[in-house]
Design a binder for this molecule. Structure first.
Ligand code: PEP
Ligand code: MG
Length: 516
């Protein structure tokens, strides 16, 4: 079939961003239809069903562990709902009873049950619950017999996934760094899939008539989830226009640009490997924060070698621009792999520097990877969630001894402390003596200062201002650089206020970096 000219279709935006890639069609309905065998042995069927439930629960618990901080709350809520469905006695006994009574396969029984729920439940609020049930049923069916329609397992890098319906497990179960965008026929803005796509920064559009585009010979696509359109087989000119300035298209539309004073530097916070493609922008002075927890998206603790590869690659890319690598900030809401033996999120559990000191193998592996990578760039090693000067002293001792073992000169890295707990802010004049630089974490600093999780940094509360004055005074007196990590400077007035307090190095998300 010949490749058509460029086609532009309007679309509804569910998750902003711009994605480039090759289309992959996913038939989400198939799994219910695919296996129509009749049951032979009732006990066997029930056993298969129960085993699949058990496996599905295990998978969801694994996914829960592998999610990073800023996604945790909503993702956890959704995954917990899925776990509840898998343990729901009404649903489970209904399926078992039907297996006993009806001469049908589990596929058929689950499909019928789902159709009944769909017909019965019209309330939009509860409709989302039906989507969750559908998602869970699909997972159970996949675990009864692995599906060969599961295209996503083998997605290539830069794929655009097109389906009637995108469900959370389409996003959870795959390496999302390979997915450039999602397109669906009809998904609501408030659907779980849309919420997760937003939290993972994956562009997602809906209201596309898939039947119409199915027969087009599609080579490439651009999903412009900023302006709300899908471009099929873009011309070279269109492609280059998007490649040149995707971020400009995004920001110039939404917000007024902020003019910077000459001595202000804008760095970026990196929370996913996907973002690294965009750090070459000349305006960006470097990486102000690499959230290394992003490496925990995989199913195990990242090895020294895996870390070294990532850090070295980034260091080479940045050349001499500063590259702040934060040691793993684990614990509390970032309790990956149950590093703390509790499933519950506790905001006052051991975290950050203190937790690393309790898990020295993890700490040492990471420090070794950072030290080796420091030969290729301008690396700043940042200690997370410091609550006590002794934590810094202990970690510095470990770094020094590893430097000696590896014969890496001490001058290759700078060591800094996060100031993101009120105690660290209050002790900053002591802390600053122990380190080469400081980094203010506005998220945690406000959370723990106000003892609340619902902070609007936009208000720039006087209490925070007082803390900033203290921190900046200590930093300026000692002449040590200080970074401010947080999105509050996307507000022009706050930016000006912080500048007037003496703040010069700001680290923001890539998206907000385009405001300057
Ligand atoms: C912060 O707390 O502001 C910070 C930069 O760290 P994180 O958001 O990763 O906890
Ligand atoms: Mg923090």
């Amino acid at each position: 079939m010949p490749i058509t000219d460029e086609i532009v279709l309007p679309a509804q935006i569910l998750s902003q961003g711009i994605g480039f890639g090759k289309p992959i069609f996913l038939n989400s309905q198939n799994i219910f239809e695919e296996n129509t065998y009749l049951k032979k042995d009732i006990d066997q069927e029930i056993l298969k069903f129960k085993k699949a439930i058990k496996k599905s629960k295990k998978e969801i618990l694994e996914i829960k562990k592998s999610f990073a901080n800023d996604e945790l709350k909503i993702t956890f809520d959704i995954l917990n709902t899925h776990l509840e469905i898998l343990s729901d006695p009404v649903i489970l006994s209904e399926v078992v009873n039907r297996i006993k009574k009806e001469n049908k396969s589990i596929h058929k029984i689950l499909k019928n049950l789902l159709d009944e729920y769909k017909n019965k439940i019209k309330d939009p609020f509860f409709k989302e619950k039906v989507t969750d049930i559908s998602d869970v049923f699909k997972r159970v069916l996949k675990n009864i017999k692995p599906s060969n329609t599961d295209f996503l397992k083998r997605v290539e890098k830069k794929s655009i996934i097109i389906s009637d319906e995108i469900i959370p497990s389409d996003i959870f179960d795959r390496d999302s760094s390979k997915i450039s965008a999602f397109i669906s026929v009809m998904t609501s803005y408030g659907s779980h899939a849309a919420i997760i796509a937003r939290s993972k920064n994956i562009p997602f559009v809906s209201n596309i008539d898939i039947e119409k585009i199915k027969n087009i010979n599609m080579q490439d696509m651009i999903v412009d989830a900023e302006k709300g359109k899908v471009i099929i087989n873009p011309t070279k000119k269109t492609y280059e226009k998007y490649k040149r300035a995707p971020a400009l298209i995004e920001s110039s539309q939404t917000k007024e640009k902020i003019k910077l004073q000459k001595d202000v530097n804008i760095f970026v916070n990196i929370s996913s490997l996907k973002e690294l493609d965009d750090i070459n922008d000349k305006k960006i002075s470097g990486i102000g924060l690499l959230r290394t927890e992003l490496l925990f998206f995989k199913k195990q603790i990242p090895s020294q070698k895996e870390q070294l590869d990532v850090y070295t690659k980034i260091a080479k890319k940045l050349k001499n621009r500063p590259f702040v690598i934060r040691l793993f900030d684990l614990g509390a809401d970032k309790n990956f792999y149950n590093i703390i033996q509790s499933n519950k999120t506790c905001f006052f559990s051991t975290r950050g520097a203190a937790l690393l000191l309790k898990n020295q193998k993890i700490l040492k592996d990471q420090v070794i990877a950072i030290l080796k990578a420091s030969l290729f760039g301008n690396i700043y090693l940042l200690i997370p969630f410091v609550k006590d000067i002794d934590e810094i002293i202990e970690i510095k001792k470990i770094i020094k001894s590893l430097q000696e073992d590896l014969k890496i000169p001490t001058s290759t890295i700078k060591i800094g402390s996060m100031i993101e707990t009120p105690v660290a802010a209050l002790m900053v004049d002591e802390i600053v003596k122990e380190v080469d630089f400081l980094s203010i974490g506005t998220n945690d600093l406000s959370r723990y200062t106000f003892a609340s999780n619902k902070i609007s940094l936009k208000d720039f509360h006087p209490a925070l201002q007082k803390l900033f004055v203290m921190i900046l005074k200590a930093a300026n007196d000692s002449k040590k650089p200080t970074f401010l990590c947080g999105e509050m400077i996307a507000d022009k007035k706050i930016m000006e206020k912080l500048y007037s307090l003496g703040m010069k190095n700001f680290s923001v998300s890539l998206k907000n970096a385009q405001l300057f």
